[in-house]
Design a binder for this molecule. Sequence first.
Ligand code: SF4
Length: 323
Amino acid sequence: MGEALVEIKNLKKYFTMKKRLFSREHSYLQAVDDVDLAIMKGETVGLVGESGCGKTTVGRTILRLYEPTDGEIFFSGENIARISQKDMLPYRKRMQIIFQDPYASLDPRLLVKEIISEGMDKSLTKREVQKKVAFLLSKVGLNSEHANRFPHEFSGGQRQRIGIARALAVEPEFIVCDEPISALDVSIQAQVVNMLEELQDDFGLTYLFIAHDISMVKHISDRIAVMYLGKIVEVAESNELYNRSVHPYTQALLSSVPIPDPVEARQSKRIILQGDVPSPIDIPPGCRFRSRCRYAMEICGKETPVLEEIDPGHFVACYLTKK
Ligand code: SF4
């Protein structure tokens, strides 16, 4: 494997919650708990899991949009976990985010050219800015005439393209794609994914691609990390994860992916998860997936399984690998 552009070690992000209204007592919502992950230069890592599993919090904490509770965040070898927001400024341009909601993420009062050029180098002349905006619009499949329109004049897919052009305007190295296709029509999703892949090649980008649907990340990801209730439970290369998943949660997610071949689809069995997801404020000891796992054993309630390499590049946190 190449060199890591982004690496998080033992990353924790807990949110403080009041126990009761008007109460001074607090509890902690463990959104991200002891997460390790490295993202190599030029790589796309897919991060998947159900809503509320902490995947968006991981992305935002890496960018320091949320302050980490504990742990390390390395970017290009520098630990940025605890540097001041002022010292973060040079990194802000190198790390960008594409948001899920293309309707809420663009300022409706600004023209497209103003939105895209907002973060550009202030030393650029008006002419240079215009040229750069036109270039970026062409890279995302729009044209220079679109620069003088407002966001409401565009479809959801086009708005997402504008959001991508805005992220590219500061020439980043790393982009957190936070469910960038979830809010789009199915017919548009593949176009946006293909475009992100082309842009990755053209600009040498590195992506953390966050999605709740594992089928969305397969095409674009080199590796996939599966998250459950604040922890990563399995990481492997995309094909390896699809063909040889080990963690019961990953297997359940994969069993829900529609199979295009009707014969194969009839033979496959969907795993329906039973049981409740524990509250992230009151997480029981042991494996967090235990309440929904059909293979749960005694040890699963006592100790938290750690992520271990079971094959080169394939990591799993589950006691089944010890059997
Ligand atoms: Fe299931 Fe135990 Fe594995 Fe957790 S550690 S996923 S409860 S078998």
